[in-house]
Unconditional design. Sequence first.
Length: 92
Amino acid sequence: MDDEVTRVIELHRINGSVFMVNPDHIETVEATPDTVVLLHNGHRYVVQETPEEVCRLIVAYRREIFSGFPGWNGSASGVLPRMSKGSPGVLQ
């Protein structure tokens, strides 16, 4: 799997068991005080990671995904379209 992009992040349930989740399916992450990850399908997972740690894992995942795009330099400006200066609301 060295040449493949990882499509999941690894999280740990409160009991210590490991599970993988596609971060594109995460809707919210909140501290209640335990960290609860809510997926788009309504499934909730209570995890050992803090919300900040989950966010760092998601950012690292996205960097890995976007690293294959031409012109990607590690910042959002490398992949987001820019607005045209001459016409409001027109993408370049």
